[in-house]
Design a protein around this ligand. Structure first.
Ligand code: A3P
Ligand code: MG
Ligand code: MG
Length: 418
């Protein structure tokens, strides 16, 4: 009787007897109290340079340097330098967890939490966890997460879905430019040295990244994850990471109270949505809104309500306290800035029937981690348990050996085995 009513009539008999485990994602199922989430602490960091080479230091970290508040309003031309001074990261390269694994290999002897800590931990990118957090509210883009257990540790690495790949390859020029503009904003807001001034005259090279490696715990699941960090604020009294980190975002300028309300609750530009993906450090975040009000892809009938939710999820996980938004006009100029403290974002939607709820996000994530921990039973770096999700359905699982899904590199497995 198990799963009866849900099973397809055409399913083979052995599948009826052993239905694959699945996990529902309906928000209503996860609205309990906020679960325990350990205050994230930074274990270390690494940098990727203009050639995407790994360095076990903070050389790519930049310093928050906003324009003086008593000066003229900002007037940042986000399209300046496009496309001549743009070196985009090659999205065809499948990096998986490699950079994080390299950091882990070099630091596995010094991990806090005792010798057995890593064996009980989950290792992944922050961006993958962000996707889990927003899943109960996501209505457009599915995901696939490959999971392998090795020496006890559960590793999670995202797989680009065929739909996401098709979208990426067909990305319209306006979206390419919008992606550039988001990074260009960072060059107006950050300096290379503490106390220095931004120099937006250079190239925008999206190979460059500074990544923080963090430790936390969700419920009973210890986490080790890494996330790309935009900059550090040298003015913050406690220069303790991650409390000094700042996340930068761009968004479409708003004029009416209604537009602001929609910004908190809905995605801006509803009805004119563009979708795109990016995979920098496994840090792709789904979608961005349309720029310049140019309708290219019509959104489905339901609006996407979750722009602020995505900002919250991305920064809450690593404990980044502030998101600084630059609002751009239709000509692509940022003329106003606003700081959103991560811990205050939920207040904008707390009393909103159509709002999002952080408890739902975290409870679902905990449920997924529990699901993964109990499903991924065999300890074998070449075995992949592939979790797949499409909006409207449950998370399902299938098992694969070796290519193309296995993602723990031989150099890592061999070094860890010695
Ligand atoms: P904006 O978010 O300001 O648009 P991050 O904000 O995570 O530091 O990412 C920096 C920029 O990378 C983004 O700036 C955006 O331009 C681009 N980007 C990030 N995620 C993206 C996605 N899913 N699709 C398209 N572009 C993305
Ligand atoms: Mg960033
Ligand atoms: Mg940013």
């Amino acid at each position: 009787k198990r799963g009866a009513g849900k099973m397809e009539v055409a399913e083979p008999r052995n599948k009826l007897l052993h239905p694959s485990p699945s996990l529902p994602t309906d928000p209503a199922l996860y609205s309990g109290p906020f679960p325990f989430y350990r205050r994230p602490s930074e274990l270390g960091c690494f940098s990727l340079d203009a050639q995407r080479q790994y360095h076990g230091d903070a050389r790519a970290l930049r310093y928050y340097s906003p324009p003086p508040t008593n000066g003229p309003v900002p007037n940042f031309d986000l399209r300046d330098g496009y496309p001549d001074r743009y070196q985009p990261w090659d999205e065809e390269v499948r990096e998986g967890l490699d950079h994080l694994l390299r950091w882990l290999l070099e630091h596995r002897g010094q991990l806090e939490g005792g010798p057995g800590w890593l064996a009980g931990a989950i290792v992944t990118w922050r961006g993958h966890l962000t996707k889990l957090l927003t899943t109960p509210y996501e209505q457009q883009e599915g995901w696939q997460l490959a999971a392998s257990r090795f020496q006890g540790t559960l590793y999670l690495s995202e797989v680009e879905t065929p739909a996401a790949r098709a979208q990426r390859l067909a990305r319209p020029p306006i979206l390419r430019e919008l992606m550039y503009m988001g990074h260009k904003f960072e060059h107006y807001m950050c300096a290379d040295k503490p106390g220095g001034s931004p120099d937006p005259s250079g190239e925008v090279n999206t190979n460059v990244a500074f990544c923080s490696v963090l430790r936390s715990r969700l419920g009973s699941y210890p986490l080790l994850f890494s996330g790309e960090v935009d900059c550090t604020d040298p003015q913050v009294p406690s220069t303790q990471s991650p409390a000094c980190y700042v996340e930068l975002k761009t968004s479409k300028e708003m004029h009416s109270p209604g537009q602001w309300r929609n910004f908190y609750r809905f995605r801006i530009g509803v009805g004119l949505d563009l979708t795109a993906r990016k995979g920098i450090c496994g840090e792709g975040k789904g979608k961005m809104e349309s720029g310049g009000g140019v309708p290219l892809i019509r959104s489905p009938a339901f609006p996407d309500r979750h722009k602020l939710l995505k900002w919250w999820a991305q920064s809450f996980l690593p404990g980044v306290p502030n998101v600084v938004a630059g609002f751009r006009n239709p000509e692509g100029f940022v003329c106003s800035l606003k700081t959103f403290p991560t811990m205050e974002m939920f207040e904008y939607v707390r009393n909103d029937r159509d709002g999002w709820n952080p408890s739902v996000c975290m409870n679902f994530c905990a449920a997924f981690l529990s699901f993964a921990q109990s499903t991924v039973v065999e300890d074998d770096p070449r075995l992949v348990y592939l979790f797949s999700w499409e909006p409207g359905g449950p998370v399902t699982m299938s098992v694969h050996r070796d290519a193309p899904y296995a993602f723990l590199p031989t150099w890592y497995v061999e070094a860890m085995t010695q």
